[in-house]
Design a protein around this ligand. Structure first.
Ligand SMILES: O=C(O)CCC(=O)C(=O)O
Ligand SMILES: [Fe+2]
Length: 359
């Protein structure tokens, strides 16, 4: 990620502060945050009915030889049809995620002046602020972020790591080691689910960088006129997300042109396929467009862990994933170039991965 660190974003107002005064006023949403169409317009499927909800995958079933094959197949179709699933029985202790979420909430609660100690610096992706703001007239998202490279430990830039609360660093360390290990297990089962040898896929990801993004979405009185995070795909391999309050919905997934709201199950990870994994799998797993919407009177905090591939990767479908007689569907590119482009543009649906498609 060294090169990616050379790119940055334009500084913009802190949304937590803005929301605090806006929500007490009678004003209209500031022009720069206004979406063209209300986020409630168009078809939105709430996902109460299980056939309309993202699939649930059970790690205990994947690990049990009696159910593994069936669950692997379910995992593979979840990654193909939805690009998303919720993972239960994942074995990451409740307190490991709980400690991180508490520390993150503690960080967010501090006054802005205190948080400024960890602000993004010009030309840097890491730190507290926003991302993907490339021009003065770009519409802005209703949220603040803290982005850090968290693994491997030697790559950490501690200038951006909050020292309040004091346990923050330790919580991130324990949590990110756990999600990294879990991501390798999942990649192995995903490969098996499509009949591919897992070794080369694992070789691309094991021991490689992990980025962490804390998303803070303040409430907004006119919630349907703003977006917390614009529609996008993730530039990673596999992303694993948890949120602080499981009762506040925010994440929505675009499937067949409809937005599906995700009801996060208690203590589950929401896992999704990123652009890199779509390409490596020759499209057998899909990097699906998603967005975050805002609640009218509740804040929401989510933490996304981005599991990246090795930095010198030539990004192209792995031969294990190109079935005999099947076409190679993506052109080959240097992963570094891909990443530079990803972080040097505004969030814009599936455009990064679409550009790599051959058909
Ligand atoms: O907050 C969410 O639910 C979505 C976050 C997300 O998509 C991201 O950080 O890339
Ligand atoms: Fe995302």
């Amino acid at each position: 990620m060294a090169e990616a660190r050379a790119i940055g974003t334009l500084p913009v107002a802190n949304v937590q502060e803005l929301a605090a005064s806006f929500n007490k006023s009678d004003d209209q949403v500031p022009e720069r945050y206004l979406v063209k169409e209300a986020t409630t317009d168009g078809e939105l499927v709430a996902g109460e009915d299980s056939s309309l909800a993202i699939p649930v995958i059970d790690l205990a079933k994947l690990l049990d030889p009696r159910s593994s094959e069936e669950e692997c197949a379910k995992l593979a179709s979840a990654c193909h049809d939805w690009g998303f699933f919720q993972l239960i029985n994942h074995g990451v202790p409740y307190e490991v995620a709980g400690n991180l979420m508490n520390d993150v909430a503690e960080f967010v609660k501090q006054p802005l002046e205190a948080k400024k100690a960890w602000s993004q610096q010009p030309g840097s992706l890491e730190g507290y602020g926003q991302a993907f703001v490339m021009s003065e007239d770009q519409r802005l998202d209703w949220g603040d972020m803290l982005y850090l490279q968290v693994q491997p430990a030697a790559s950490r830039d501690l200038r951006f790591w909050p020292t309040h609360p004091a346990s923050f660093g330790r919580s991130v360390d324990v949590y990110s080691s756990a999600t990294a290990k879990l991501s390798y297990r999942l990649l192995e089962f995903m490969a098996k689910g499509v009949g591919a040898e897992p070794a080369s896929l694992l070789g691309v990801f094991e021991g490689q960088p992990v980025g962490m993004r804390v998303n803070y979405y303040p409430p907004c009185r006119q919630a349907d006129r703003v977006l917390g995070l614009s529609p996008h795909t993730d530039g990673s391999g596999l992303t694993m997300l948890r949120q602080k309050n499981d009762d506040v919905q925010g994440l929505q997934i675009n499937k067949d042109g409809k937005w599906f709201a995700v009801n996060v199950l208690d203590s589950a990870f929401v896992v999704n396929v990123g652009d890199v994994l779509e390409v490596l799998s020759n499209g057998k797993f899909k990097s699906v467009e998603h967005r975050a919407v805002i609640h009218p009177n509740k804040e929401r905090i989510s933490v996304a862990m981005f599991h990246y591939p090795c930095q010198d990767l030539v990004l192209s479908p792995l031969s294990e994933f190109v079935t005999e007689g099947e076409k190679v569907r993506y052109r080959s590119t240097s992963y570094q170039d891909f990443l530079m482009q990803y972080f040097a543009a505004k969030l814009d649906g599936r455009n990064h991965v679409e550009r790599l498609k051959l058909e």
